[in-house]
Design a protein around this ligand. Structure first.
Ligand code: SF4
Length: 437
């Protein structure tokens, strides 16, 4: 299988979301068919940078190893913090006990690398196809190596998933091992979703200035230093693709703070205000704290707005960031949304985002590659946000594209990144205009 998992005729209708009682129903085009997306292993590339004491051991094939190495680059001088235990034909044919082989690989790894404090065993398509039970392996090996190393498992396979689900599965695996927040402890805030350290620090400074005393982040930079969770935890999603993590947190009593996602001036302001409201902070104080950042972002965006206003944009389903980014481009830059496609539409988490969409915006969930490409060809938007594999063919047809995966790898949250986010869409349009001259 190629790293671009192209799956035909997916049978199951994934209904992962619930519609809030007060939400107005919006027509959503549901697509079930051929998909072209990266798999969840991709998440290791940003997660291993974030959790500095963690190691990701993919139990997969040579293809999985190639995906990771080509996406992450090979670090020659540094000790890498991810690797692939490659399953050979005799593993796949059941000629050897894969659990014994895995034990040997993990033992060798942990003997060589005393710096590893959390080890993730990451499942792949091949390990799932032969039904290698990584949960059992994590339990067995975990009992052997605790307290020195915590061993957890999750799936990064490309079967019926898209690449950002790797982060969701990884964070959901961390939730059960988060320490319990005592029932009588004061309310604490938890930011959920991997953010570049520089962006996380900006938000932590803003929450401190607002007066929210205790703020944790999941994932934590040190995976052995997880924040606590309990009924007094109020969490803010920083990423829109964390449905399973949210469910796991709620299973431990945490409550989600409903807000727009922190993209652009409006999204970031709403996210901060919602948290401040939850913690009973005076509205005038909140406005005073966020005003400088809002103003900086507003001025920076005003320089890019003329390049984007009135431009028509289509999102093909890929990163699950599509809905909040589309809202930002429409509301703050005046772009016209033609189609917003997303692999999975979590209606509860995205309700406020969807409310902002104009009546004519076509929303689609899931993927049927051929039909969606036909619509792009008919619509001929000014810019199409799509996966890497689709960009070149569409450019070849004279359409301007933006790689969806770049949006996940770039710092795009918060006031100080709002203009950088807009620039990611303005640049391909400028390049097109220059080529046309
Ligand atoms: S997990 Fe599956 S889709 Fe991803 S690289 Fe491995 S074989 Fe390919």
């Amino acid at each position: 299988m190629s790293p671009l998992a192209v799956l035909d005729g997916c049978a199951a209708e994934l209904q992962r979301d619930t519609v809030p009682a007060n939400a107005a129903p919006r027509p959503v085009l549901r697509e079930r068919g051929q998909r072209e997306v990266f798999c969840g292993l991709t998440g290791i590339i940003w997660l291993h940078r974030k959790m500095q004491d963690a190691f990701f051991l993919v139990v997969g094939s040579r293809t999985c190893a190639h995906l990771l190495q080509s996406a992450a680059g090979v670090m020659i001088f540094a000790e890498p913090r991810f690797a692939t235990a490659i399953m050979e034909e005799r593993d796949l044919a059941g000629m050897v006990d894969a659990q014994d082989e895995l034990d040997r690989v993990v033992t060798r790894l942990l003997e060589r690398r005393p710096d590893i404090k959390t080890l993730f065993l990451v499942g792949s398509c091949p390990s799932e196809v032969i039904k290698l039970d990584l949960a059992k392996a994590a339990q067995r090996l975990g009992a052997q190596y605790m307290p020195r190393v915590r061993i957890l498992n999750y799936s990064g396979s490309g079967i019926e998933t898209t690449f950002t689900q790797g982060e969701d599965a990884c964070l959901a695996a961390l939730v059960p091992v988060m320490p319990a927040l005592p029932a009588n402890a004061p309310k604490e805030l938890l930011i959920v979703g991997s953010l570049p350290d520089i962006v996380e620090d900006q938000f932590l400074r803003l929450f401190a200035a607002l007066g929210i005393a205790k703020v944790g982040a999941l994932p934590a930079r040190n995976a052995r230093n997880l924040p606590s969770v309990g009924p007094n935890t109020r969490y803010l999603l920083a990423q829109p693709f964390l449905g399973d993590t949210a469910m796991a947190l709620e299973g431990r009593g945490a409550q989600r703070i409903e807000a727009l996602f922190p993209f652009g001036v409006e999204g970031t302001s709403d996210w901060l205000r919602a948290a401040a409201r939850e913690f009973g902070i005076d509205a005038a104080h909140v406005e005073a704290v966020i005003a400088p950042g809002r103003e900086r972002a507003r001025i920076a965006l005003s320089k890019l707005r003329p390049q984007l206003t009135g431009k028509r944009i289509t999102f093909l389903p890929d990163s699950q960031l599509e809905v909040p980014l589309a809202r930002f481009l429409q509301d703050e830059l005046g772009m016209e949304l033609v189609e917003v496609g997303t692999p999975y539409l979590h209606r509860a988490h995205l309700a406020r985002e969807l409310d902002r969409f104009g009546a004519n915006v076509r929303i689609s969930e899931g993927q049927h590659l051929e039909r969606q490409l036909d619509r792009v060809r008919a619509d001929r938007p000014d810019i199409t946000v799509c996966g890497l594999g689709l960009a070149n063919p569409l450019e070849g047809e004279g359409l301007t594209t933006k790689w969806a995966i770049e949006l996940v790898f770039s710092p795009i949250h918060g006031f100080d990144q709002a203009a950088d986010l807009a620039e990611l869409f303005a640049r391909p349009l400028r390049r097109r205009d220059m080529l046309e001259v």
